[in-house]
Structures are given as C-alpha cells and as structure tokens.
Write a protein that binds this ligand. Structure first.
Ligand code: LLP
Length: 431
C-alpha cells in the first residue's frame, strides 16, 4: 500500500486509519473527506522533535494552514507544539476560534489588505511576514495607529529552482516576496520604520519538493545576505525562516521523503554557513503544510455513471464529487492513487478515467485507474487528499462541499459537517 494507514480487511474492504471505509461511507455519506488525526499528530511531532533536537533554541515548525484550515486542525497541531502560519483574516479567525495563541501566529500572504492588517494587529498576532515595500509601510502605519511595535520578518525571493511544477514554484521570478537585488534596500527601509521590529528573514522556494538540496541552496543565499546585512546595517536576525515545501508520496512512483533526515541536513548546512561567515546563529523556522496533512487524508466517492469506451475510446466512471472538492487535477494535472474500496479483492481488468460530476470535460479526478468492472454504487477512495483539497474546494455547479471526518484510535467524529443547499444560499439576497 501507498502509506501505512491504508489497508484491506477480511471482507475485502479498504481500511483507512484502521477503520472500514464502507462503514464510514454508510455512516456519514459520500463524498467524504477523511482525516487520520493520529497521522497528523505523528507528522507534527516529527517536525517539532527533530527541530528541537538539532536546531538552536527558538527553532520551530509553523503549520501552514493553507494546506488544510478548519478549527479542529489547529487544536491538533497546536497541542503537538507547532506554531501557525496564517494567510488571511479567515484563517486567523478560524485559528483564534480554535483557541490558538495569537502570539504563536505568523501572518503571511502576499497582499494583506489594510483591514486585515488592522485586524491582525488588534488581535495581537505575534509576527507578520512582510511581502513587499507597500505592505511594509502599511503595517508600519497600522502599528503606529494602534500604538504598538509589530515584530516582522521580511520575505525575500532567493531565485532557486526547486524542480517542482510551475504553479507552485515560488522561489524564482514570481509575484511573491522581494527579489534579492532589492533585498538590502527592503531591509534598510524596514529598519527605518519606527513601529516595526525586524526580527527575521524569510524565503519559500516552492511546494512538493522531494530533495533538501534546493533548501540548502536557499539557505546559502539567505546566509550570504545575512552576512552583508551584518556588515552594512549591523542587522542580526533572531529567525531564519526557510518556508515549507517538502513533497509527499501521491503514487507508487513518488519517493518517500525522510523528513527528520532532511531537517538535519538543513540544520547542519545553516550551522556550517553561520560558522563560515562569522554570523550569530539564528533560530530556524520551517512552514510545512502538505507534509503534515496530505497522507493523513483520503476522499471517498460513490460511483454514479459507468461509460465503457468503444473502439479504443476511454472508459469513464463518474463519481459524486470531483473538481468541486479537489481541483488539483484540473489545475495542475496532479496524479493520485485511486482504490476500488468496496471491491479490493477483485481483479482489476481495465483502466478507467475517474471523472467528477461537474458539467465540463476537465472535471477529472484521475486517469488510467485500474478497477474491477465498475458498477453504480461502488465505493472509490482517493488517497493522499489531506492537503489542498478541502482548502481549495468550491461550490461550482452549486455542489455542496463534503463533510470532513476525523479518525483517531479507531473512532470517527465529524470535524466539519456536510454543507447543505441552505448554507450555499445563505448569502443570496432574494427580493
Ligand atoms: N509557506 C509559504 C510561504 C507557502 O507559500 C506555502 C505554500 C507553504 C509554506 C506550505 O508549503 P507546503 O509545505 O504545503 O508545500 N495548491 C498547491 C500548493 C500551493 C502551495 C502554496 N504555498 C497544490 O495543491 O499543490
């Protein structure tokens, strides 16, 4: 199996986190997001413990909520000792509602509105990660108005190619952060801002990255900048934030990433770089999202229409969800592993395109999926959907978004209830 939380029981049914997926579908309906809470905790602990053990004091992982944001997830990751990366008023409000400590939040995002900046300052969010000059002045003004000094990190763009897919490559020429040629000017301006305290530097190279090398290259560039910043501005950062991005295994072709080993490589490289350049050692921050929640997720669908292809045409099987709960195939051509959850012991003779229910041919979940000749009512399971599925879902075609069920110690409980047509219509004004 792709991951250790996926199995098959004596009835020939797929299990997830030790629970029969047919039972879950019968109890909660489909489409259904599942989240293996114990796996999330294990992943969070892996980051927290490894960073504590091999990095300077103050180093910590920030959970990047953009991968999966709902109140319950913040309870889980905070109780494991992670801090939080938030990117909008919506994420801040969700984390606060879950009882997360605002002092442990880092406010990211490349275009924070004035209203969001004021909201975050009023709620005493610990740190801002400032994305550019305009935002720098806006945060300074808002801090002045509130009569506070806001701690900030500056986001730089080190120009690293992380060899990932274009849409999630953020280390090179893109709209995020400040390019290195203006980084010193950015720092100088920030140091002039009376109501800001510049405590760190940040970069993020991309997502779904399988190798630590691009992180090491980014760290080198950031350390060289720190050396210049010390010489030219006497600036000593408390934090060096190297962003998120470790890849996860979606299909059998993808490797496993040994996260603790990669974290140790990063720690070692920073330590050596600091020593070689005669710098003060900063605490290190990492911002994992996908690698915390992706393989803790699974989506269950029920088969509706079955359309075998004739004369070499593709075989189609349509499920009761699709791009409305997971737009990643449509957006990035992302690959997934799909299981015939109700018929795991049967021969999978042909390959099928698993399509969604929205009215366009681009609504595909996965291609070339081997399945036992499908029938209406079969249960299909898509593995590794914990990251960027729930958080990127929409109401396209006014489809209601699925419930999210959390699994722990063999028990299931609803983390987010299923959406209803009334929820969807709640903001419509009918004269
Ligand atoms: N920090 C920053 C500044 C980021 O922009 C991101 C992701 C992360 C941390 C977390 O990266 P992760 O550990 O999750 O790779 N929607 C795309 C992924 C976009 C990632 C955006 N930024 C997808 O579905 O693949």
């Amino acid at each position: 199996m792709l991951h250790t939380n996926i199995g098959v029981n004596a009835a020939g049914h797929l299990t997830f986190a030790g629970v029969d997926t047919l039972d879950l579908a019968a109890r909660f309906g489909t489409p259904l997001y599942l989240l293996d809470e114990d796996r999330v905790r294990a992943r969070a602990r892996e980051y927290v413990e490894t960073m504590r053990e091999c990095m300077p004091e103050g180093s910590a992982p920030l959970y990047a909520g953009k991968a999966l944001s709902f109140a319950g997830i913040y309870r889980v990751v905070c109780s494991e000792g992670m801090n939080i990366d938030v990117v909008s008023q919506g994420e801040i409000a969700t984390a606060l509602a879950a009882g997360a400590d605002p002092a442990r939040m880092f406010f990211h995002g490349n275009n924070k509105t004035d209203a969001e900046i004021a909201y975050a300052i009023a709620h005493r969010i610990g740190h801002f990660i400032v994305d550019g000059f305009d935002e720098l002045y806006a945060v300074d003004r808002a801090a002045a108005e509130a009569g506070v000094v806001q701690r900030v990190l500056l986001r730089l763009t080190p120009g690293i190619d992380p060899h990932t897919f274009e849409a999630v490559n953020t280390g090179m020429d893109c709209q995020l952060g400040v390019q290195m040629d203006r980084a010193m000017e950015f720092l100088s301006e920030a140091l002039e801002c009376e109501h800001l305290s510049v405590v760190g530097l940040h970069c993020h190279i991309g997502s779904q990255v399988f190798d630590a090398q691009p992180f090491l290259d980014a760290a080198d560039i950031m350390l060289s900048f720190m050396a210049d910043a010390l010489t030219l501005r006497g600036f000593i950062p408390e934090y060096l934030d190297l962003g998120g991005g470790f890849g996860v295994r979606y299909t059998e072709d993808d490797p496993f990433v040994d996260i603790p080993a990669e974290i140790r490589r990063i720690a070692e490289r920073v330590r050596e770089g600091v020593r070689a350049r005669g710098l003060f050692e900063p605490a290190i921050l990492l911002e994992p999202g996908r690698s915390i929640v992706a393989d803790a997720g699974m989506t269950l669908y029920t088969v509706g229409q079955v359309k075998p292809g004739t004369d070499g045409a593709k075989n189609y099987v349509t499920v009761d969800g699709g791009m409305s709960d997971d737009p990643r195939f449509a957006l990035y051509g992302s690959r997934y592993t799909v299981y015939p959850a109700s018929r795991m012991d049967e021969e999978r003779e042909l390959v099928w395109t698993v399509a969604g229910r929205c009215c366009e041919s681009g609504d595909v979940v996965a291609e070339n999926v081997p399945l036992p000749s499908p029938r209406r009512g079969d249960l299909l399971a898509v593995a590794v959907t914990g990251a960027y599925n729930f958080s990127m879902a929409s109401n396209y075609n006014r489809v209601c978004r699925p419930a999210l069920v959390m699994l722990s110690g063999g028990e299931a409980r609803v983390g987010v209830r299923r959406e209803t047509p009334e929820d969807i219509m709640a903001r419509d004004i009918v004269d």
